[in-house]
Design a protein around this ligand. Structure first.
Ligand code: FE
Ligand code: FE
Ligand code: ZN
Length: 277
């Protein structure tokens, strides 16, 4: 069975997200833990969580993926910016223990001229400070498009962060189809070779989730502009191959395409029709 969902607004709480997911044919979803630009999160409502857990159990909603604010930068040069990322992500870790077994995706960061090795060092040290061996959440590094000074555009960089962290067992990867294509991994023409490379460099067992986005720009463009499924350079057939691939087909897939709910609903229906049970 295809595990598929999309990015949803978290403003009305967990139960509302689960109900919205179900109403558009999804059986999982992604959400921002707080305003995507950072700032305070809504306090956790234990009643909402309890109702959400029960509803999800009854309606087979699972593998939910929290997304850190994309403005955080664990690899910043300015210590205050790194401190803000640390405080925010630590708070997110605590919040996510209310929904045990969740995944938490973040953009590794931008080294802003300090160089990739220094960027990696800063990201590892932040992860070592926020991750505890007993937490139930798996923290996912998102594969990036390599825009500007982004760290995480190459599999080697992600592998190094995971292998140097104190708790590598709590870390995994979320592969974004738009980002890796933009970043120089040609999943349109050679998906098998890209996944073999991922397996060789990072280990396919570290792949926990996939972001399904078409790309508004071409291969290796380093632009990171998402397109609707079938309306970008990847094209519908690439998504058929991705969701059915033996190495990927049992993972949860999340749409982050430029859509409102009705657009997501249509894309979810399309992807279900492309999936071979
Ligand atoms: Fe992201
Ligand atoms: Fe993404
Ligand atoms: Zn993106």
């Amino acid at each position: 069975m295809l595990r598929i969902g999309c990015h949803l607004s978290s403003s009305k709480g967990y139960l509302a997200m689960a109900k919205t997911a179900k109403s558009i044919g999804a059986n999982t979803f992604q959400f921002f833990t707080r305003n995507p630009r950072g700032g305070a999160a809504k306090p956790i409502d234990p009643e909402d969580i309890a109702a959400f857990l029960e509803y999800s159990e009854e309606n087979d909603i699972s593998h939910i993926l929290a997304h850190a604010p994309y403005t955080l930068n664990a690899a910043a040069k300015d210590e205050r910016i790194r401190e803000f990322a640390l405080m925010t992500m630590r708070d997110d870790m605590e919040r996510l223990e209310h929904t045990p077994g969740s995944m938490y995706n973040f953009h590794p960061g931008s080294h802003v001229g300090q160089g990739t090795p220094r960027g990696i060092e800063l990201i590892v040290s932040l992860l070592d400070e926020i991750i505890t061996p007993s937490q139930s959440t798996t923290v996912l590094l998102e594969t990036m498009a390599g825009k500007g000074s982004e760290v995480g555009g190459k599999f080697e960089e992600i592998a190094e962060i995971i292998s140097r962290a104190k708790n590598p067992g709590k870390l995994g990867v979320c592969m974004d189809t738009c980002h890796i294509f933009d970043g120089g991994y040609d999943i349109k023409e050679s998906l098998d070779a890209v996944l073999d490379e991922f397996d060789r460099v990072i280990g396919i067992d570290k792949l926990y989730a996939v972001h399904l986005n078409d790309s508004l720009h071409g291969y290796e463009s380093h632009k990171d502009r998402h397109a609707k499924i079938g309306e970008g350079f990847l094209g519908t057939e690439t998504f058929r191959a991705v969701i059915n691939h033996p190495k990927l087909r049992s993972l949860p897939f999340f749409l982050e395409t430029p859509n409102e709910l009705d657009g997501y609903q249509a894309e979810i229906a399309l992807l279900k029709s492309l999936y071979t049970e």
